[in-house]
Design a protein around this ligand. Structure first.
Ligand code: NAP
Length: 300
């Protein structure tokens, strides 16, 4: 067992959910609306079904309304766009989540563009991507921010307090994770390097970093000798690998035991970033419900 503090994302996410639930109750007490989350699932992918169910269940647990839309795999793009147009106009709906992946005949970019940016609780609409890209250092995040990156940034701020001046390395440049994480760290006054598959000498870059965020999708890719002693390592990766007993298990993008022997703080997989994603979705839904009622964002 290493010496790093193992960041308990599960506990932090439980606390965040509890605070969001309290925020929902406070909004009702202010005469505000009941936050409503609409989930849309096209087709019957079993993994997507599990995700959508758990999101709906969590919304209900926090006192929100949840609207579950199931469409057959043969649904046309026009039909899906029509549903989104209806949800955009529905005052009971404050967040719209279209579960990806969509069937091949539907263009996800078109679907994303059709969602009202004020209801885009995934934070992927180009308008929200642009707002995150142009936010001032320390400026308000008064728009939906992608959930997993928001969760990463909340964990880092909880563990480290101020991130100002830290050297941060983000491994991965996807629009889903790497880029928005980098924008959030820049906003928090880190000096940010974004690495990807063409980066030269990644271990050397990593050894300079005070903060390493791994969002690669390769099991146990980041090794112990890449880490500066005392650094903070956030593992976003979720990889299913074969286990010795013939079953499978989840591992991250970080070789946990090696890294934990050197790092100051490290997230485990599972139980690190994973639980933050859905908690941040609830956080975004609450904030958009407040905004729809003309109320300011609240820190919870
Ligand atoms: P992605 O779209 O596949 O992006 C992976 C990134 O890693 C790309 O930018 C890629 O570089 C880079 N990369 C691949 N091989 C590399 C290498 N050898 N050296 C350096 N960089 C390399 O994946 P993603 O959607 O960002 O997801 C990343 C991981 O996070 C996955 O394991 C995913 O399951 C997990 N994830 C977890 C959550 C959660 O809730 N915890 C949410 C979303 C994703 P190029 O751009 O050059 O190809």
């Amino acid at each position: 067992m290493g010496k790093a503090n193992v960041i308990d994302g599960k506990a932090f996410a439980a606390g965040l959910r509890q605070r969001v639930g309290a925020g929902v109750a406070a909004l009702a007490a202010e005469g505000g609306p009941k936050p409503g989350l609409a989930t849309v699932l096209v087709g019957d992918d079993p993994a997507s079904d599990v995700y959508v169910r758990s999101k709906g269940r969590m919304a209900a647990e926090l006192g929100m309304a949840s609207f579950d839309h199931r469409l057959p795999a043969a649904t046309t793009e026009a039909e899906l766009l029509e549903l989104i147009a209806r949800l955009n106009l529905d005052p009971a709906v404050h967040g719209i989540l279209v579960q990806l992946p969509l069937p091949r005949h539907i263009d996800p970019a078109k679907v994303l563009l059709a969602i009202d940016p004020a209801k885009d609780v995934d934070g992927f609409h180009p308008s929200n991507v642009g707002r995150l890209g142009s936010v001032a250092p320390g400026g308000p995040l008064d728009f939906p921010v992608p959930c997993t990156p928001l969760g990463v940034s909340m964990l880092l701020q909880d563990v480290l307090g101020s991130l100002s001046g830290s050297d941060a390395l983000v491994i991965g440049r996807s629009t889903l994770v790497g880029r928005p994480v980098a924008q959030l760290l820049l906003r928090a006054d880190c000096t940010v390097t974004i690495a990807h598959s063409r980066t030269r000498d990644l271990p050397a870059l990593s050894r300079r970093a005070d903060i390493v965020v791994a969002a690669i999708g390769r099991p146990q890719f980041v090794r112990g000798d890449w880490i500066k002693p005392g650094a903070t390592v956030i593992d976003v990766g979720i990889n299913r690998v074969a286990a010795a007993d013939g079953k499978s298990r989840l591992v991250g993008d970080v070789a946990f035991d090696e890294v934990a022997a050197v790092a100051g703080h490290v997230t485990p997989v599972p139980g690190g970033v994973g639980p933050m994603t859905v908690a941040c979705l609830m956080y975004n839904t609450l904030q958009e419900a407040r905004r729809a009622a003309g109320l300011p964002f609240v820190a919870v």
